[in-house]
Design a protein around this ligand. Sequence first.
Ligand SMILES: NC(=O)c1ccc[n+]([C@@H]2O[C@H](COP(=O)([O-])OP(=O)(O)OC[C@H]3O[C@@H](n4cnc5c(N)ncnc54)[C@H](OP(=O)(O)O)[C@@H]3O)[C@@H](O)[C@H]2O)c1
Length: 258
Amino acid sequence: MPPSEIVLITGASSGIGLELARAFARDRSDLVLVARRADKLEALARELKEKHGIDVRVVPKDLARPESPAELFEALRNRGVAVDVLVNNAGFGMHGRFAELDAAGQLEMVQLNVVALTALTRLFLPGMIARRKGGVLNVASTAAFQPGPMLSAYYATKAFVLSLTEGISEELRGTGVRATCLCPGPTTTEFIARADMAESKLFQAGAMSAERAARKGHRAFRRGKVVAIPGIVNSLGAFATRLSPRWLARKVTMILNG
Ligand SMILES: NC(=O)c1ccc[n+]([C@@H]2O[C@H](COP(=O)([O-])OP(=O)(O)OC[C@H]3O[C@@H](n4cnc5c(N)ncnc54)[C@H](OP(=O)(O)O)[C@@H]3O)[C@@H](O)[C@H]2O)c1
């Protein structure tokens, strides 16, 4: 069991984020849960407090608003809450042709998946380094490993998250702070409906439970692993992508996402 710590999890109201909250709660870590749906966060907070006797704070927040990361950081600092572990999990995808998908929606996605994640990491990391403790667990996707026609902007956001996290992980060597990137493949969550992916070959071929994906990410973070891909099929897929020419990776992904 890790020493007492405070873990902030974004997107904890459903799916992988909710299961990551359960995983860190099992370690008896205190939690700060962030997402827009306050009722879902409150219900999870009640469950985890009762079950594990931990302290759980709920901060309802729309992280796609550009001011939100700084507001969240300031609010916690003013209350004397020092975040040891930051889990950047909140995110969504949009399925369709880039030139036809809603432009504002795509920019909101980049704001949440990329800008908010980057801002929160930059805000919380210096405190962790000063205390020589904790780290960042960022949720990317197997989408990070190749271009993704029919979800082109989404795949690009996840490539950013993987690259940023791997870069930071090297910079952090010797600081006592770690950075891990969880790259799940298709996972059964609200993501499927929001991204309009239920009919895609990718999800028709089968999806992992959110609990399994979260357990893998939590374990990898605890062990100081930099890149974690849950499931052998997803790992092989990411590996095969690295070996195949980019034109082939693009074409196969177009078929899977189509
Ligand atoms: N499911 C998959 O197949 C899959 C595969 C690879 C990677 N991922 C990644 O895994 C992460 C979690 O997704 P999931 O699959 O668990 O989907 P999910 O069930 O839809 O969960 C997404 C979470 O993000 C939160 N969120 C969305 N927009 C937000 C906003 N503007 N501000 C604050 N929070 C927001 C949602 O909460 P509210 O709606 O309450 O705000 C929810 O808690 C995402 O980064 C996703 O890209 C998913």
